[in-house]
Write a protein that binds this ligand. Structure first.
Ligand code: COA
Ligand code: AMP
Length: 630
C-alpha cells in the first residue's frame, strides 16, 4: 500500500482504520468500538475497553519470547557508564516499585509526580504508575521549585518520585532541595516521596516522609498489572500556554497505546527487536512517547541517553551511541544538530564511527532549518525526516511515513498529514485559504486516538484554548501553509509560546515574573532568533520613576528571578531597560514588531501604532546586546 492508499483508507472509514490498528494491542477486554462522539466536542477512544499500559509495554514481551531482549540501554557519558535492562528485569523492577507504591497507599487514579534525570529508573517509575492505574506527571528537571509547586497544586499528587540529583556538564544539580522547596511552596500537601539516591550527590531524607527507592521496595509484594478503562488517564503532562499557568495535557490510556504502536513501524520504520533512540528528556512529550512508551509497547529496545550532543565529551557522542547500540532510527531536535555543526562544522568526528546501522534521522520539536537538514544529510548520509507534532497530539501529526512509503523530502516541510489528521489552513474568519497561502494550521475534529481528550480538571480551558477560535476544528497554535502536493510548511506560532532549544516556553509566564519585581512598572518578553537555540527569550522592562536601584541591578534581578522561578531551561539572559514600550492606540504591546526590530528583519509599520518614534528607542536600546542590527 502507498501512503495515499493508507491515508485514503483512514479517510474513508476511520472507525475501521482505528479498530484494525487496535488489534496490535493486548486487551483485557477489547473495545467494541473506536470512537465515542456522544459528548462532542469532547471525544473519547476505545472507552469501553479494559487494558493496562505496563502490561503492553513490558509483561507481554516477557510472555512472548522477548524476556531476554534488552528493553532499556542507559548510556550516560555524564557518569561514563552504560547499563542494560532486559524486558524480564524491567518487569521485575516495575512490579516491585508498583508494589511499594501500592503498599504506601497509591491506587487507581491517584496522581504521582516524577521529577528525575535521564536514568532508567525514571521509566521504571512511569511504568510502575501505569501498572497500578496511577496517573503520573513527569516534570522536567530543568524546571525550578516554583514550577514544580505549580504542578503539585494542579495535579494534587499523593507522592513525588524523585532522584537526589541530575548531572549537567560541569555541575551536579541537587534535585532534592528543589523537591523540598516545591513541597513547601505548594498549597497541596503530598503524603510522601520516594527518592533514588545517586552516588554523585546524596539527598537529606526526612524519616517517615522521604523513602529511599530501594528500602521502600524491600519485602513488598510485587504488583500485578491492573486493568483500567480505555479512557482512563495514562498521564498528565504540563506544557506552556500563554500564561504562567501551564496546561495539564491529559493522555487517555487506550488511544495512547494504539497510536504510539502504530507510529513505530509506519513512521519510524522500526521492527520489534530493533533499537530506537530519541535523544530528548523524559520531562518532554518526546520522552514520554518515544523514550518510554512507544518503543517499549512495540517491543523495541530504547536508549536512555544522559548527556548532551556536544561537550560530553565531544560532538561525536551521538555517532558513538548510534554505533555502540546499533541504533536503527534516531530522533532528536534540530538544535542538537546545530550544536554539533557548530563544534564540528565539517563533520570530521563521524569518520571515527560506523553508523551503518542507522536507517534515518527524525527531527522535531522546533522548525528544522534547511542548513541543518542539509548538513545532517551530507554528514550522516541517511534520509533526514522533519516531522511536526506537539505535546497535545502526543505523536506526529505531519511526517514522512517512511515505514509505509518514503515520500520525497522537500526541505523546509515536515511532509504530509498522517492518518488521523485532516489538516486545514484557515484565515482569521475560519475559512480555508487557497493552497500556498499562509494561515492558521487547524485540524478538523475529531482528533485521532492518542491525542489529548481534555486538560486536567480544566475542560473549559481546553475548549477555550483549542476548540473555540475555529468551531469544528482543533487550533494548533501554529501558522503555516500547504503546497499543491499537500506538503505542510510550519512557519511560526500564533501565540506567545516560544521554542528555546526545542523546549516550549511561555513568554507570558516570564512577564508575570518580571512584573512582580518592585521596580518594574511594565514589561514585555519576546522570542528573538538565536543561531543555536532557535529562539531566546528577551525581556524589556520599564522601571518605576524614582527607584534608587541602577538599571544594571534591576537587569540582574530579572535574570535571577526567572532562573529561580521557571528554571535554567528558560535560558533567560537578555534584558533591556527602556523608557516605554511600543503600543497600539488601544494599549496593546506590539510584541511582533519588537521581534522584527530585534532580529533586524523587515516589518510593516503597524497602522495602529501609538507613537512610531518608540521603535527607534527600542532599536537603540538593543544595540549594546548585539541585537537590532548592531
Ligand atoms: N536538569 C537541570 N538543569 C537542566 C536540565 C536538567 N534536566 N536540562 C537543562 N538544564 C539547564 C542547563 O544546564 C542549562 O543551564 P545553564 O544556564 O546553567 O547553562 C540550561 O538548563 C539550558 O539548558 P539547555 O537548553 O539544554 O542548553 P545547553 O546550553 O545546556 O545545551 C543544547 C544546548 C542545544 C546542546 C541542548 O539544548 C540540547 O541538547 N537540546 C536538545 C533539545 C531537546 O532535547 N529538546 C526536547 C524536545 S525534542
Ligand atoms: P511541544 O509541545 O513542546 O512539542 O512543542 C510543540 C511546538 O513546537 C509546535 O506547536 C510547533 O510550534 C513546534 N514544532 C514542533 N515540531 C516542529 C516542526 N517539525 N517544525 C516546526 N515547528 C515545530
Amino acid at each position: 500500500m502507498t501512503y495515499a492508499d493508507v491515508y485514503k483508507s483512514w479517510q474513508t472509514d476511520p472507525e475501521a482504520f482505528w479498530m484494525k490498528a487496535a488489534q496490535a494491542i493486548t486487551w483485557v477486554k477489547p473495545p467494541s468500538r473506536a470512537l465515542d462522539d456522544s459528548k462532542a466536542p469532547i471525544y473519547s477512544w476505545y472507552a469501553d475497553a479494559q487494558v493496562n499500559t505496563c502490561y503492553n509495554a513490558v509483561d507481554r514481551h516477557v510472555e512472548n519470547g522477548r524476556a531476554d531482549q534488552v528493553a532499556i540501554i542507559h548510556d550516560s557519558p555524564m557518569t561514563h557508564c552504560v547499563s542494560r535492562m532486559t524486558f524480564a528485569e524491567l518487569q521485575t523492577a516495575t512490579a516491585s516499585l508498583a508494589g511499594a507504591l501500592r503498599a504506601q497507599g497509591i491506587g487507581m487514579g491517584d496522581r504521582v509526580i516524577i521529577y528525575m534525570p535521564m536514568v532508567p529508573e525514571a521509566l521504571v517509575a512511569m511504568l510502575a504508575c501505569a501498572r497500578i492505574g496511577a496517573v503520573h506527571s513527569v516534570v522536567f528537571g530543568g524546571f525550578a521549585a516554583h514550577e514544580l509547586a505549580v504542578r503539585i497544586d494542579d495535579a494534587t499528587p499523593k507522592a513525588i518520585i524523585g532522584a537526589s540529583c541530575g548531572l549537567e556538564p560541569g555541575r551536579t544539580v541537587a534535585y532534592k532541595p528543589l523537591i523540598d522547596g516545591a513541597i513547601a511552596q505548594a498549597k497541596h500537601k503530598v503524603d510522601f516521596t520516594v527518592i533514588l539516591q545517586r552516588e554523585q550527590c546524596r539527598a537529606d531524607m526526612t524519616d517517615g516522609f522521604d523513602h529511599d527507592w530501594h528500602a521502600v521496595q524491600q519485602g513488598v509484594t510485587p504488583a500485578e498489572c491492573v486493568p483500567v478503562a480505555g479512557d482512563h488517564p495514562a498521564y498528565i503532562l504540563y506544557t506552556s500556554g500563554t500564561t504562567g499557568a501551564p496546561k495539564g495535557v491529559v493522555r487517555a490510556t487506550a488511544g495512547h497505546l494504539v497510536a504510539l504502536n502504530w507510529t513505530m513501524k509506519n513512521i519510524y520504520n522500526v521492527n520489534p527487536g530493533e533499537v530506537f533512540w530519541a535523544a530528548s528528556d523524559v520531562g518532554w512529550v518526546v520522552g514520554h512517547s518515544y523514550i518510554c512508551y512507544g518503543p517499549l509497547i512495540h517491543g523495541n529496545t530504547t536508549v536512555v541517553f544522559e548527556g548532551k550532543p556536544v561537550g560530553t565529551p565531544d560532538a561525536g557522542t551521538f555517532w558513538r551511541v548510534i554505533q555502540d547500540h546499533k541504533v536503527r532510527s534516531f530522533f532528536t531536535a534540530p538544535t542538537a544538530f546545530r550544536a554539533i555543526k557548530r563544534d564540528d562544522p565539517k563533520g570530521e568526528l563521524i569518520k571515527d564511527y560506523d553508523i551503518s546501522s542507522l536507517r534515518a534521522l527524525y527531527l522535531a520539536g522546533e522548525r528544522a532549518d534547511p542548513d541543518t537538514i542539509i548538513w545532517a544529510q551530507n554528514v550522516m548520509k541517511v534520509p533526514v525526516y522533519d516531522h511536526w507534532w506537539q505535546t497535545e497530539s502526543g505523536f506526529p501529526m505531519v511526517g514522512n511515513p517512511a515505514g509505509i512509503e518514503a515520500l520525497p523530502v522537500k526541505i523546509g516541510s515536515p511532509t504530509v498529514a498522517l492518518p488521523g489528521y485532516d489538516i486545514r489552513i484557515l484565515d482569521e474568519g475560519g475559512h480555508e485559504v487557497p493552497r500556498g497561502t499562509l494561515g492558521a494550521i487547524a485540524i478538523k475534529l475529531p482528533l485521532p486516538p492518542g491525542t489529548l481528550p481534555t486538560l486536567w480538571r480544566a475542560e473549559d480551558r481546553f475548549i477555550k484554548s483549542y476548540l473555540t477560535t475555529f468551531p469544528g476544528y482543533y487550533e494548533t497554535g501554529d501558522a503555516g501553509l500547504m503546497d499543491e502536493d499537500g506538503y505542510l510548511y510550519v512557519m511560526a506560532r500564533t501565540d506567545d509560546v516560544i521554542n528555546v532549544a526545542g523546549h516550549r516556553l511561555s513568554t507570558g509566564a516570564m512577564e508575570e515574573i518580571l512584573a512582580n519585581h518592585p521596580d518594574v512598572a511594565e514589561c514585555a518578553v519576546i522570542g528573538v532568533t538565536d543561531e543555536l537555540k532557535g529562539q531566546l527569550p528577551m525581556g524589556f522592562v520599564c522601571t518605576n520613576k524614582g527607584t534608587s536601584r541602577t538599571d544594571a541591578d534591576i537587569v540582574k534581578d530579572c535574570i535571577r528571578m526567572v532562573r529561580e522561578e521557571i528554571g535554567p531551561v528558560a535560558a533567560f539572559k537578555l534584558v533591556v531597560v527602556v523608557d516605554r514600550l511600543p503600543k497600539t492606540r488601544s494599549g496593546k504591546i506590539l510584541r511582533r514588531t519588537m521581534v522584527s526590530i530585534a532580529d533586524n528583519a523587515d516589518f510593516k509599520m503597524p497602522a495602529t501604532i501609538d507613537d512610531p518614534a518608540i521603535l527607534d528607542e527600542i532599536r537603540t536600546a538593543l544595540k549594546p546586546l548585539g541585537y537590532g542590527g548592531a
